[in-house]
Design a binder for this molecule. Structure first.
Ligand SMILES: [Zn+2]
Length: 78
């Protein structure tokens, strides 16, 4: 298992996620982001809005994802 925080994944808090694969990690982060969004957490709403802007730019989105995948693969397993 590898560990990343909400912040490391472009989020807004220090919540810790553990996953075997990057896709799993991204899914945990997305689910957490959606929950915080629904709770009206201002910090998370801000980063989610930034992420939505990024998603409108496939080139930038791909670059961002590649960076996060590299970070993930560079992590040591727990
Ligand atoms: Zn968070």
């Amino acid at each position: 298992m590898k560990t990343m925080t909400c912040k490391q994944l472009g989020g807004a808090c220090d919540k810790v996620f553990k996953a075997e694969t990057f896709d799993e990690m991204a899914e945990l982060s997305r689910a957490h982001g959606m929950q915080m969004f629904q709770e009206g957490d201002a910090a998370h709403m801000k980063v989610i809005q930034e992420m939505m802007v990024l998603m409108n730019n496939p080139e930038a989105m791909k670059k961002w994802l590649d960076t996060k995948k590299l970070e993930f693969s560079a992590l040591k397993d727990d």
